[in-house]
Design a protein around this ligand. Sequence first.
Ligand code: GLA
Length: 458
Amino acid sequence: MEANPPKFKTAITANERLQNLKNTFETKYGESPLFFAYAPGRVNLIGEHIDYCGYSVLPMAIEQSILSAVSVSNSGTITLANTNPQYKDFTVLCSEDIVIDRENPKWHYYFLCGVKGIQEKFGIASLAGMSCVVDGTIPPSSGLSSSSALVCCAGLATMEANQKSLSKVALAELCAKCERYIGTEGGGMDQSISFLAETGTAKLIEFQPLRATDVKLPDGAVFVISNCCVEMNKAASSHFNIRVVECRIATKMLAHARGLDSSRFLKLAQVQTELKASLEEMLVMVDEVLHPEPYSREEICKALGVTSELFNTELLSANTQHMTHFKLHQRAKHVYSEAARVLQFKNVCDTKPAESVRLLGDLMNQSHASCRDLYECSCPELDQLVDICLNSGAVGSRLTGAGWGGCAVSMVPCEKMESFLKAVREAYYLPDPRRAAMEKQSLFVTKPGGGASIFLEE
Ligand code: GLA
């Protein structure tokens, strides 16, 4: 039986963050919290934009997280507050339908995604009242999964407050699904690692069925995160869903060209499974079937034999209806080659050859080039930062998370760590006052952290 997220009885006074949050909670609500729900952010080491195509990814949890202090009552309301004054208080009646405004992705809607997910899963007619203060340490819109961690934290808190129980796998699946209420069609990596992470190890996350396997990283190197300081909010723009849609169309075109019933296929991995082909064979097939020039709607509709109406409703999402052209060849090439790199990365970690740091670095560099050139999910600042990291002693460096801004992750030999941090600081952060002001939370060494949990006062 798959375990629930762990519960820790803890002396709150021994942990400064918990104690501060408890104080804030007491000042705000005049009572003590009953428990704390914790969900970490993540850094993806390799396997970008392939989870929603059905392929495995290789992330680890980071120390930065969402922590919420929660009290439970029969007040009939859920009240949310945030330690960051930029995020305003919000109250919703337990008797009301929870409405999530996609047009306006405010912080509390992410929390409500988690609440709604639990409510629907258990068919709870009247949710327990909750008062919450949320404290986040993950830089927002930076590719470290602050939004999914908030959804996971909310799902966990709502489950606990309503005395329900789900395994970590079930919670991860539920939170991946309910985050779609906000409109992004993410693939489940972020929620999975937030629940399934364990201290000291990265994880290979596989889907259908969801499972996580330890990946022991080499001892000779550390992973350093650096934020390019360009913000990208996936729910507020259509970049992310455009890629999801392009992959979906490429799936149908490949299936159709190989004589499969294209209406049955939504993910690139399904085509591979059905054809019993290797990833290398899929790459050859992409070259044979798809052309590099962008496809127009008309060309796709004609090839698949679908009407323009069906195309809009079945293939496009709400925020991609405006699209006229689709790059199918480049996106599919990225996905199949990145899926192969994930397996190679895990294999190098498992077999631990003497040159593992260099081999992993090469794979990370290939991954960044593919994200930049084929998937076009980087941006000039992120590319500049990755170049600076490589020139400062990293053996591998790549964008992490959705991209179009946010963070790079670099693999740096332990003995070069100090000089690396200094060189990146001098080349990327200090010359620009805005970046310099953000440097402390933007450039840091990270190691694999633990997964979501509940803390109770001892
Ligand atoms: C976001 C999504 C994930 C994944 C990454 C890109 O973080 O939530 O599911 O698709 O982007 O790898």
